[in-house]
Write a protein that binds this ligand. Structure first.
Ligand SMILES: [Zn+2]
Length: 239
């Protein structure tokens, strides 16, 4: 048992915390800049970090696979100065990758202060560069989950045509229909990612957080993932 375990939260706690945090932090931001009302969380995350949380955002020369890290001693998030090259390689818009990365770092700031404070912690490593320490891996998953819930509010997602279709299909027993939907899940996920201005990787985690899909990590490239509809049948087998 580590001395830092006081930050450990359950999955439900994190979903809950990210939801409440978003509401609270957006409200505080809108008190400062009322003209930002109606913007997506992704469009607000940098301003929230800067103006509400009082953290700075800077860049640093980092390994290409490391997107960013937060430095609790100077209260600054350092983004990889070559994030645009990473975005090109991943075939995602740089702005989406930047916002998604910032939300992940915000997750660390809000979830892991006592674990990470005063340590020059290299927090967001790209695919294949995870720490051996399992708590470090957990922290990364927690920050990812936080970002997924923060950037794609459940209520907003549920209003989209795509999610209405997914929700209806989850109750289906018609295998053919489910299969046909499964084959379209990745393009549905990309459409939603574009709409919420996040990376497809992050959007798949949002859909997973709200139990609409099952997400399977690719074996070789950890950015690769496969999605499957979270049907009742599947749940009955696995829960
Ligand atoms: Zn991280």
């Amino acid at each position: 048992v580590s001395e830092f375990n006081n930050d450990v939260l359950s999955r439900e706690d994190i979903v809950d915390k990210a939801q409440r945090d978003r509401e609270e932090l957006v409200e505080k931001l809108l008190e400062i800049y009322p003209r930002l009302a109606g913007r997506l969380p992704a469009e607000l995350v940098a301003d929230i970090i800067f103006d509400v949380c009082d953290w700075g955002i800077a860049t640093d020369h980092l390994n290409p696979r490391q997107y960013a890290y937060c430095d609790f001693s100077s209260k600054r998030i350092f983004l990889n100065s070559k994030l645009s090259a990473t975005a090109r390689k991943l075939k995602v818009e740089e702005m989406c990758l930047r916002r998604t990365t910032l939300a992940h770092e915000l997750g660390h700031i809000r979830l892991h202060p006592s674990e990470m404070e005063n340590r020059d912690f290299r927090s967001y490593l790209g695919p294949g560069m995870g720490y051996d320490d399992s708590r470090s891996d957990q922290r990364e998953n927690e920050a990812e989950l936080y970002a997924a819930v923060f950037l794609a509010p459940k209520a907003m997602l549920e209003e989209t045509e795509e999610v209405i279709v997914l929700r209806d299909a989850i109750g289906l027993n018609d295998c053919k229909e489910i299969e046909s939907l499964n084959s379209r899940l990745s393009s549905i996920n990309e459409e939603l990612a574009t709409r919420f201005k996040v990376t497809p990787n992050l959007m798949s985690r949002s859909l997973e957080a709200y139990e609409l899909v099952i997400r399977r990590q690719g074996t070789r490239d950890s950015n690769a993932f496969r999605l499957q509809l979270a049907t009742r049948k599947w749940r009955a087998r696995h829960e």
